[in-house]
Design a protein around this ligand. Sequence first.
Ligand code: C2E
Ligand code: MG
Ligand code: MG
Ligand code: MG
Length: 281
Amino acid sequence: MKRAKQTDRTEIYEPQVGTVTKDRFSLETQLREAIENDELTLAFQPLVELKTGRVAGFEALARWDHKDGAIAPVDFIPIAEDSGLIVPLGRWAIETAAKTLAEWDRKLGHEIPVYVGVNVSAIQLARDDVAEVVRRALASSGIAGDRLMLELTESAIIGDPDRAMAVLAELKSLKARVAMDDFGTGYSNLAYLQRLPIDVLKIDQSFVSGLTDDQDQAAILRTIQGLADSLDMETTAEGIECKEIARALSLLGCTYGQGFYYSKPISADKAFTYWKLSSSN
Ligand code: C2E
Ligand code: MG
Ligand code: MG
Ligand code: MG
């Protein structure tokens, strides 16, 4: 989080804690206004099928271009979660992702064969009717359910497994896809993993980055891939930054990859162009 600029002398003597608290409060107010005024945007990062290089989808990532400079999700998502603003923010993300897909379809003249992954926070899952939000977003945009993928973390499921189970069942009845995000960083209960209708395990980038020069990481990745294979789930590796790692993941049987090697998260217009160029090769 950015601290207030210490432009006048009195601020320098303010206790740190007070500065941070005040700052956080004002950021919360500004985030509320940014959501209300539709000032947040979604950036889209390609999800590439490793075997073919085809763009299978995009992950939608919230961006806040604050007047004093961009604020990163790691800084504003926790504020949104603590303040409850994650509910309107999360609804906006689902609605905007669906609307963007519908716009891409219109531009192309027919359905663009990609899906969009949207992050769902544990707190959003607990407080909002996420399946109903998805149902309405599908109805108002007119897109098919399988073009949205909801990305949930392990903590979202562990917090209230029965509720998570019910929401996921509803999402599946809408044909939406479900991914387990940052897999491997939380406390996954393998029994839930088996019982939940999860389509994709997203392997956290901490397991991916050292793949080619760390035997232990390669062993962990093989284990996760084996688990996914036996549960009939696909995998997406996050944080691919070079060709060697993309190749190693493909050899391990990983389905999709995402990372700066392919593209950073980009605007909706650029993402559409990226898909068009990659599909014409
Ligand atoms: P995530 O869902 O795990 O998203 C992947 C993050 O990894 C993104 O960070 C992306 O920019 C970054 N990334 C992708 N490829 C690479 C790479 O090759 N190298 C490195 N070092 N990083 C890479 P970002 O956009 O800063 O988002 C961070 C987190 O904030 C997300 O992690 C997600 O948990 C959360 N977030 C972002 N947007 C939303 C949202 O709309 N709703 C909710 N609930 N959470 C969101
Ligand atoms: Mg994600
Ligand atoms: Mg992730
Ligand atoms: Mg991650």
